[in-house]
Write a protein that binds this ligand. Structure first.
Ligand code: NAD
Ligand code: MLT
Length: 309
């Protein structure tokens, strides 16, 4: 049986599939007719965030049993179409949580201390010591939107660094938030109180553009970090808010359209720092999600229960 892998995953995952006797075909950066042709005889399809698994792709995949996402977000997979075609969709929800949380913390420091900007100046020979006066996280308030797996790990880390925590998540209990030392509040109150706002929800119709012009005005003066999904924070509004000094800065790892277009207004604003969707890009995280999704694909093809379907 053929398993098609269309975004790079760690070798450990590919090896696990081969050891289980499957033919593993890697075809990175394929789309359109080429993707439909590759998937035609595949029993399993493994993707990260790069491949759009649309109705067209699923309709072309006559033998497909499972689409495995080597990571958390399944917003690049048409789940309704998969259900219509009787195809299981599974993800790997645990393996990259710590990596994403650490990246979020790194982005908080990077934007608060202008580390990328100062580094770039130093590389061109400028000793711009007098131009960067940063902000400490100690004694500041962290507003967390989405207190799930990643949000909770961020809460633990930044609380240990002296931050007060206030969170907006309509789906978790006040008791759970309390265990983390976070106070639950509505979004308006979180925006009013936060010095740093970090977003950790999935991208859904409810969270699309959740943070727009009005919310940024309400945050006023603070920093915004998005290492969750592009589209939760309105990019045009964010670029304008930083440019106009409505907020102090922003750090983004994810974008509404990836790769980020050269024309994005985010690239023109000094106090916006950007990474190319690197939140899960650690060796440990990649090995974790690759082996976890390989196990689930193997389970599905053996008619065994799939853990994260
Ligand atoms: P999760 O499902 O464990 O947590 C998401 C939380 O968001 C839940 O607690 C949920 O109740 C809450 N939520 C849902 N809708 C909400 C709303 N409208 N308002 C407020 N809260 C809402 O997910 P996770 O594993 O913590 O992942 C969080 C996000 O991070 C996802 O978008 C995931 O794709 C992304 N992620 C990105 C990277 C990266 O490489 N940058 C890596 C890992 C995860
Ligand atoms: C995820 O949702 O797990 C992230 O987007 C990580 C990734 O696969 O790049």
């Amino acid at each position: 049986m053929k398993i098609l892998v269309t975004d790079p995953i760690a070798d450990a995952g590919l090896e696990r599939l081969r050891e289980a006797g499957y033919e593993v075909v890697t075809a990175y950066d394929v789309e359109g007719a080429e993707l439909r042709e590759e998937v035609r005889d595949a029993a399993g399809l493994i993707v990260r965030s790069g491949t759009e698994v649309t109705e067209d792709v699923l309709a072309a995949a006559g033998e497909l049993v499972i689409v495995g996402r080597a990571g958390i977000g399944v917003d690049n997979i048409d789940i309704d179409a998969a259900t219509d075609h009787g195809v299981i969709v599974a993800n790997a929800p645990e393996g990259n949580v710590r990596a994403a949380a650490e990246h979020t913390v790194a982005m908080a420091f990077a934007v608060a201390r202008s580390i990328p900007q100062a580094h770039a100046r130093l590389r061109t020979g400028e000793w711009a010591k007098g131009e960067y006066l940063g902000t400490e996280v100690n004694d500041k308030t962290l507003g967390i939107v989405g207190l799930g797996r990643v949000g909770q790990e961020v809460a633990r880390r930044l609380s240990a660094l002296g931050m007060d925590l206030v969170a907006y998540d309509p789906y978790i209990s006040a008791e759970r938030a309390d265990q983390l030392g976070a106070e639950l509040a509505d979004l308006e109150e979180v925006l009013d109180r936060a010095d740093f706002l970090t977003v950790h929800t999935p991208l859904t119709p409810e969270t699309a553009n959740l943070i727009g012009e009005e919310e940024l005005r309400r945050l006023g003066g603070g920093y915004v970090i998005n290492c969750a999904r592009g589209g939760i924070v309105d990019e045009d509004a964010l670029a304008a808010a930083v440019e106009e000094g409505v907020i102090a800065g922003a750090a983004l790892d994810v974008f509404a359209a990836e790769p980020l277009s050269e024309d994005s207004p985010l690239l023109d604003v000094d106090d916006v720092i950007l990474t190319p969707h690197l939140g899960a890009s650690t060796e440990a995280a990649q090995e974790n999600v690759a082996t976890s999704i390989a196990d689930q694909v193997i389970a599905a093809l053996n008619d065994e229960p799939v853990l994260n379907a």
